[in-house]
Design a protein around this ligand. Structure first.
Ligand code: GLN
Length: 600
């Protein structure tokens, strides 16, 4: 392109008098990275993340380097303070960034760790602009939404491209196109497409086809209007993907094409499926990946050998996922937000992964422990009697904790497989301290500040060592596993693993001797400091009693399911089908038989 027509060349030479503000990160090469932008219309919650991660996976499997980013409209700097009941679970990345649950979808679908560069909120952008203004970064200009705020958005996307050496950046805009709070993102993306030039940015409109029961037919008007709204903002989509209950009919496809200037071959049906993991293959079958390669002129970047092997591996998982399951098991999950599945999205997925690998159909039962606070042992027994395993997941605050402790007791005494996650790990320690060690009124200072035996406590001096002050311990950390422990068996004999944390409280080290003296084993610890990170009971005492101060569900992936979930599901199968042989279940996930004492 001649220099005078190249807007990037012009903005590159900007002085404070220019109207342009489009700073480029060091090392940015125009044309090196392509962009796929996914926006929603009609309504939020359509699964933009699922769509975007599925397309990203298809391109990654072809040997391309992909980097997703979610642009959130809200002003919070991260998702750490959001209520999971309203917004779904808080997902934690390895670098400690607390994000929207969609980042979990990307990590699982792409089998790829993401970091803070992959997550942006309006709050982050405004903070950057305001900080920069205070330090004179705008050279005397009046700071405006356009070009300064939009300029920072473009910088962020290009910076991601450089930092992650991306062939394709996938941009997901949160909410819907009409949202007031998203306007500057959409404007920035329009500018980006103009600056990058043709065949550099592919816009996808994800929309919804309504199918009212009373009419019994699919209606496309809301979808048409939604895409129109996008066009009013200066963005012509290249692809329209239509969510809906059923496969989209031809009439609707024709109407969408006619009203949106998008050829029929680029209007895709994204109807509901049993599992999101079958979507990439369905998209491939319909040619969506090829359309995107053409639009972005990426055909020559495809590595067929990489693609063959990646698709084969994925097909193996899909076979497991869709095969008829040999076993049916019941797993109870306690939780304050029990009626809202999104609050536990990663646990749900971790169970889906391990259920597929171990051929178990898992029936999840949500147990509302807030109802159990004035618990009666008979009520707990009634609720748990039919469970093959119980999970007490992470949580904050007082409500429901006594009910959870009662559930742990029942599982421990009745040999029901138990997995305690974060708060669930702490509940197991408290239960053991109270009922086995006889430590009266053992508790966590999170909800009993004056407990006689605060076995779980906030230990600022401990956090100080890690440079965290009084803050939450967040993100991926190393965990040293005791050799020959059941935990190390589950983790394939490894002595050091990495898991993700999000907690403030921990086991007070002064109680460790008492707890271990009474039989509880802390088989995973901080490599240097006395921070307890995994607990277990001897496998000849209990078939599966395991807890992690971390969240194993956050790193469970379809092809590499979380070992603690594999162990739990295997133990649950054994519980439900005592006669099934360990070989048939999966020996490596069940405790290896103990050598009799004295045997050589
Ligand atoms: N509330 C507990 C803590 O802060 C547990 C946190 C969690 O389960 N994520 O330590």
């Amino acid at each position: 392109m001649p220099v005078e027509n190249d807007i990037l060349a012009q903005v590159g030479h900007q002085t404070h008098e220019t109207e342009f503000y489009s700073p480029l990160p060091d090392g940015y090469q125009k044309g090196r990275t392509k962009y796929v932008v996914v926006m929603g219309t009609v309504m939020s919650g359509l699964g933009k993340g699922i769509f975007s991660s599925s397309v990203a996976k298809l391109l990654k499997d072809k040997g391309l380097v992909v980097s997703p980013i979610k642009l959130e409209g809200y002003l919070n700097i991260d998702s750490g303070t959001l209520n999971p009941y309203r917004h779904g679970e808080v997902f934690v990345l390895d670098d400690g960034m607390e994000t929207d649950m969609d980042l979990g979808t990307y990590e699982r679908m792409l089998e790829q760790n993401l970091n803070a560069d992959n997550f942006c909120t309006s709050g982050q952008i405004y903070r950057k602009v305001l900080d920069k203004e205070r330090t004179g970064g705008y050279l005397g200009r009046d700071v405006q939404m356009i070009p300064h705020v939009t300029g920072e958005v473009k910088y962020l996307l290009r910076n991601l491209a450089v930092k992650q050496n991306a062939d394709v950046v996938f941009v997901e805009v949160g909410g819907t196109v009409g949202d007031f709070e998203n306007m500057f993102y959409i404007e920035a993306l329009r500018e980006l497409a103009f600056e990058e030039g043709p065949n550099s940015v592919c816009f996808v409109a994800l929309t919804y086809i309504i199918e009212p029961k009373a009419l019994g037919e699919q209606k496309s008007k809301a979808a048409q209007l939604g895409v129109k709204r996008m066009m009013e903002l200066g963005i012509q989509p290249h692809i329209v993907a239509c969510r809906g209950r059923n496969l989209m009919g031809e009439t609707v496809r024709e109407k969408i094409a006619m009203f949106t200037n998008v050829p029929m071959s680029r209007v895709f049906s994204m109807h509901d499926r049993d599992s999101i993991y079958t979507i990439p293959e369905d998209m491939h079958r319909e040619g969506l990946d090829l359309q995107i390669l053409s639009l972005l002129e990426l055909h020559s970047a495809v590595k067929p050998a990489v693609e063959d092997s990646a698709r084969q591996k994925w097909a193996g998982y899909i076979n497991l996922l869709t095969a008829k399951r040999k076993h049916t098991i019941n797993i109870g999950i306690t939780g304050k937000y029990a009626h809202l599945r999104d609050a536990y999205a990663s646990i749900d997925k971790a169970l889906e992964h391990s259920g597929a690998h171990l051929s178990a159909e898992i029936k999840v039962h949500w147990l509302d422990t807030t109802e159990m606070d004035n618990f009666d042992e008979n009520v707990i027994a009634d609720q748990l009697a039919n469970m093959d395993a119980v999970i007490v997941p992470g949580g904050f605050g007082h409500r429901g904790t006594e009910g959870k402790i009662a559930c742990v007791k029942y599982c421990r005494e009745n040999k029901i497989p138990y997995l305690g996650i974060c708060l669930g790990f702490q509940m197991a320690v408290i239960e053991y301290a109270r009922n086995v060690c006889g430590l009266a009124n053992a508790a966590s200072t999170e909800f009993s500040p004056d407990a006689d035996n605060p076995v779980i406590d906030i230990l600022p001096e401990q956090k100080e060592i890690e440079g965290l002050g009084g803050n939450m311990r967040l993100g991926g950390k190393d965990v040293a596993l005791t050799p020959d422990s059941f935990a190390s068996q589950l983790y394939d004999g490894k002595s050091m693993i990495r898991e993700r944390f999000r907690h403030r409280y921990e086991v007070d080290p002064k109680y460790i001797d008492t707890l271990e003296g009474a039989g509880l084993i802390f088989s995973g610890r901080h490599p240097k400091h006395p921070i307890m990170q995994v607990l277990e009971l001897p496998t000849d005492v209990h078939p599966y009693f395991v807890g992690g101060q971390f969240h194993p569900e956050l790193t469970s992936r379809p092809l590499t399911p979380a070992p603690m979930f594999m162990g739990l599901v295997a133990a649950a199968i054994k519980h439900a089908y005592p006669d099934v042989s360990p070989q048939e279940i999966g020996e490596q996930w069940l405790p290896f038989p103990k050598e009799p004492a004295g045997a050589s």
